[in-house]
Design a protein around this ligand. Structure first.
Ligand code: ARG
Length: 625
């Protein structure tokens, strides 16, 4: 952040941010990206699609674009058929398409797939086809799973741009826990989108405008005029603001004063704007400390204030005829209101543009400046209907039109509440400030105690470094392991507990593998040069290798559903498979070189996938707990 004082300087800094982001977006969109999917996973699906397409193309009813392999599911865990089923192919959808009986169709599909030399075994079970994949297929691609640092990334969405609006806290208020979920989910989704090829612009739509800033500046004039605004600190600012908001409720004079200051601010009063810049700077410093702690980076921090002028111009030029019925323009006053189940005010009766006016201008700006395929909004479910209304108006008014390309898609990505361990809304819980920093500190303190207990020999500084990573990871994992639309409980004990589906469980398996790899002697490492065995030595090795081969498929699914919890679920399953593999498949001190090489490769692939997977969730890895 540059040190600006006046609004003009600040604006110039913002323009630089925007220019930089536009250039990066252009470079990203033009770049040709690579595909790093497992060759085994790809071949399995291509084989199924090719064989079945060929087979069923004789049937006149089939639509040849039917995605056969997309039907594949993991077999139920407790299904007892006496052999390792890797996939089951339910035939219901296919038979519906063909207008035939699923059991017959299953038989036909099984016969067809038996011809392939990728599969060790294919059998029907009623309307299902059970498929076992050959060890050799998985073994052949194991090297790239272990060695390729980009393993898992695909290029399905290369040349597509997504602007993602997340975090967006409110200036001059503490960074509260209420902005934690948007920050965590938004960052993870940005990374997941990048992993499937999108270029992503991360934009923080700061809440830095509105009548509350009139109140804030009036509060200074009222309660602390002796302190020059440029020397005021955050605590004082918060204190006078809270006091003003309280006293304003029963004082018309204060209310008027707040309005008067806001009106001067909107007109661009130079001194007030300078004070506003000071408040913004204080907040940005506080926000940045949290972003650094959480490992979150934005391309731009374009707050609402940036859009004030643009919004008045835009609203004045809206196509009134086209929007008839949807948007009401009052004849008696400047008021503009969007109709709907919950009407949304755009311009108040006094002629002030509010949140919605600036959001319309924001859509316009983003489409003009970035021409993205998507604009995603990661905001709490409580704003879902507001955004649907804004999107509708934006579309009708033509704000999402792009020259010689499809319209920009506006998409709301909502999430549920953050609750305390007793199920009450966390931010309103008694006895806590609701400040994000305090909550993170509390988790870190617990993590520090646990780390010390586990490592009594470690010095304080090393303990602190581990505890910081583990605590941030615990908070993020706790959030992302749940479906984003459901609510999340913030239970510090549980999120750090081993064996409670916490990040600690995942990191523990990770550290087990890394410690084996670290212990390997030079002689054992050179055994890696030998050829791999033709088969795995056990079923759990096969299952682990198969799961590892599905990384890209999971990433694509998580991206398509805008749901990091799909990735979290996958990493949990991997960690479970790792348990038996670690216990039963020894590496150190065994004589069979080929066998050792294969197992070492599995450990390395595991470490690679877990660290990439956690990184897609923005969880810091540590091999020491
Ligand atoms: N500052 C808003 C809040 O705290 C969130 C902004 C979300 N993004 C937007 N474009 N409106 O509720």
């Amino acid at each position: 952040m540059t040190d600006y004082q006046t609004y003009e300087d600040y604006r110039e800094d913002l323009q630089k941010q925007i220019k930089g982001a536009v250039v990066r977006a252009k470079i990203g969109v033009e770049a040709v990206k690579e595909d790093h999917e497992s060759a085994a996973a790809k071949r399995i699906r291509e084989e199924i699609d090719n064989l079945l397409e060929k087979h069923f193309s004789q049937s006149p009813q089939t639509d040849t674009s039917f995605a056969y392999s997309a039907q594949l599911v993991s077999p139920p865990k407790n299904a007892k058929v006496g052999w390792t089923v890797d996939y089951a192919l339910p035939t219901f959808a296919i038979s519906r398409q063909l207008g035939r009986n699923p059991v017959d169709v299953a038989g036909e599909i099984a016969d067809c797939l038996k011809d392939s030399d990728l599969f060790a075994r294919v059998e029907t079970s009623g309307p299902y086809v059970n498929i076992g994949v050959k060890d050799s297929l998985l073994l052949e691609s194991l090297n790239s799973l272990a060695d390729d640092p980009h393993y898992g990334q695909v290029n399905d969405h290369q040349h597509e741009l997504a602007v993602i609006d997340y975090s967006s806290p409110n200036v001059a208020k503490p960074f509260g826990v209420n902005h934690l979920r948007t920050t965590i989910i938004g960052e993870s989704l940005s990374r997941i989108f990048e992993a499937v090829g999108y270029t992503v612009v991360r934009d923080n739509h700061l809440g830095d405008w509105g009548t509350q800033f009139g109140n804030l500046l009036a509060a200074h004039a009222e309660y602390a005029p002796e302190i020059p605004f440029s020397q005021i600190d955050m605590d004082t600012l918060n204190r006078i603001y809270v006091r003003f908001s309280q006293e304003m409720k029963t004082s018309d004079a204060l209310k008027r004063k707040g309005q008067e200051y806001f009106s001067r601010l909107e007109k661009g009063d130079a001194l007030l704007m300078e004070n506003w810049v000071h408040a913004l700077k204080l907040s940005l410093a506080e926000f940045q400390a949290m972003y650094d702690r959480l490992g979150v980076k934005f391309d731009t921090f374009i707050g609402e204030a940036y859009y004030v002028n643009r919004s008045y111009e835009l609203i004045a030029n809206l196509p009134k005829e086209k929007l008839r019925g949807l948007v009401e323009f009052s004849d008696e006053s400047p008021a503009v209101v969007i109709n709907g189940q919950h009407p949304v005010v755009v311009i108040t009766g006094d002629g002030y543009g509010v949140y919605a006016a600036r959001d319309l201008a924001t859509v316009d700006f983003r489409v003009q400046e970035f021409k993205p395929e998507y604009i995603f909004y990661v905001v709490g479910e409580e704003q879902a209907s507001y955004f649907q209304t804004i999107f509708e108006v934006a579309k009708q008014a033509g704000l999402t039109k792009r020259e010689s390309a499809n319209d920009t898609e506006l998409e709301f990505i909502g999430f549920g509440l953050l609750l305390d361990k007793d199920g009450k809304k966390l931010s309103t819980r008694k006895g806590t400030s609701g400040k994000l920093e305090d909550v993170l500190d509390a988790v870190e303190l617990r993590a520090t105690e646990e780390t010390k207990k586990r490592n009594p020999e470690l010095d304080d500084n090393s303990v602190r470094l581990i505890a910081r990573k583990v605590s941030v990871g615990a908070v993020i994992w706790n959030d992302l392991k749940a479906d984003r639309v459901s609510s999340v409980r913030f239970d510090i004990d549980r999120m750090l507990e081993l064996g409670g589906d916490s990040v600690v469980d995942i990191l523990y398996t990770f550290s087990r593998s890394t410690s084996i790899l670290n212990k390997l002697s030079v002689a054992e490492l050179t055994s890696l040069e030998t050829d791999l065995p033709k088969t795995f030595s056990s079923d759990h090795e096969h299952r682990l290798a198969l799961k590892l081969s599905e990384f890209s498929i999971v990433i694509k699914r998580a991206a398509a559903a805008r749901s990091p919890h799909i990735l979290a679920g996958y990493l949990s399953e991997l960690a479970q498979l790792h348990g038996r593999f670690y216990e039963e498949s020894r590496v150190i001190g065994i004589d069979d070189k080929a066998l050792a090489a294969m197992r070492i490769l599995l450990h390395r692939a595991y470490v690679n996938v877990i660290s990439s997977g956690l990184s897609l969730m923005n969880i810091p890895v540590t091999d020491r707990l």
